[in-house]
Design a protein around this ligand. Structure first.
Ligand SMILES: [Mn+2]
Length: 335
């Protein structure tokens, strides 16, 4: 499979200028990101919250799910509300990393919840549901786009905003290792360091606060890794029984899948989490040849070429059977 050719939206600069105008002219904002929020969406929310409130604006942050404990160091995460449906109207809604409005859950009704909708995303496929659409698949993280936006606004950039943006970029790039990383990424990181962000502090917050229960869960689940006959697809699962046995949390499984992608010869890794609601959450990782976002989208999820996911309303066994068959078809060239 060919690498997707990534291009910035040709009208990006005009849309960027419109976004600045809309933000400067209005005072009442709501921010949201996709369901099961990650470091990119949450880091952007943290930085934007600080920037906009610093400009004297009223800012409400609402996500469909709670902030994972991993991100409890983010400045102003206490301002992140969890609501299934927010009914209050705001002048401007800013969506972070949502290829379509449904990815945010049903938090905001796009047609009624706000007069202006600013859609900031770096996915290749985006439905352009905003009244302003900042779509840039050449950005390694939405954090790069938000950093540009903050630069265009009349606001003072500070260390706390820089922590949010650093978190966004670091987590979306596997700590500056993935193919999406560009000279621009490192130029932005240089600016964040100039604002006082400490790389060792960020590393400790993001990767060195693993709860012991989480480590036990990792060990238990990794002992059950399976591979296909060609050894180019690897998968494993976490069941509710394993979570009970170890005392870990579902959120501790974030990034488990990367351990299997790291195995020599593995092109696609899949991780299946049996959720407490009896659903199955699947994370896909690819080494690059296979576009796992296609597999995820076909199942109703989304993501990027090398990292994607989906939540299925079916049991672990049932999900594994057909998802693995789908991966096998893609990897071994039957499609
Ligand atoms: Mn992202």
């Amino acid at each position: 499979m060919m690498e997707q050719r990534l291009e910035r939206d040709p009208v990006y600069d005009q849309e960027f200028a419109r976004a600045i105008q809309v933000i400067e002219k209005h005072n009442d904002f709501i921010l949201t990101t996709h369901i099961n929020p990650d470091g990119d969406g949450l880091g952007c929310e943290s930085a934007l919250f600080l920037a906009l409130t610093g400009m004297g604006k009223k800012v409400t942050v609402v996500n469909a799910n709670a902030t994972p404990a991993l991100y409890d160091f983010l400045p102003h995460r206490d301002a992140f509300n969890v609501e299934t449906r927010h009914t209050q109207h705001h002048e401007v809604a800013i969506f972070l990393e949502c290829p379509d409005e449904q990815r945010a859950g049903e938090v905001i009704d796009v047609s009624r919840g706000a007069s202006h909708v600013i859609n900031i995303d770096h996915h290749v496929f985006n439905s352009r549901f905003g009244t302003v659409n900042l779509i840039d698949p050449t950005a390694a993280a939405a954090g790069e786009q938000v950093w540009d936006l903050l630069g265009g606004l009349k606001c003072r950039l500070d260390n706390l905003m820089a922590i949010g943006i650093y978190t966004a970029i670091a987590t979306d790039t596997g700590h500056f290792k993935y193919a999406g990383v560009t000279p621009r990424t490192h130029r932005i990181i240089a600016q964040l360091l100039e604002l006082g962000v400490k790389p060792d502090y960020m590393n400790e917050q993001l990767y060195e606060r693993v709860p012991l229960e989480g480590l036990h869960l990792l060990a238990m689940s990794l002992s059950w890794v399976r591979y296909n006959a060609r050894h180019n697809v690897g998968w494993f699962s976490v069941t509710q029984d394993m979570i009970t046995a170890t005392g870990a949390k579902e959120s501790n499984t974030e990034n488990f899948v990367n351990y299997v992608r790291a195995v020599k010869g593995v092109e696609v890794a899949a991780f299946f989490l049996e959720t407490h609601e009896g659903k199955t959450k699947i994370s896909f990782r690819s080494r690059g040849k296979i576009d796992v976002s296609i597999i995820a989208r076909q199942l109703g999820g989304g993501g990027h070429q090398r990292a994607a996911g989906v939540l299925l309303s079916e049991s672990l066994e049932s999900a594994q059977a057909h998802v693995l068959a789908e991966i096998e078809k893609r990897v071994n060239g039957k499609v």
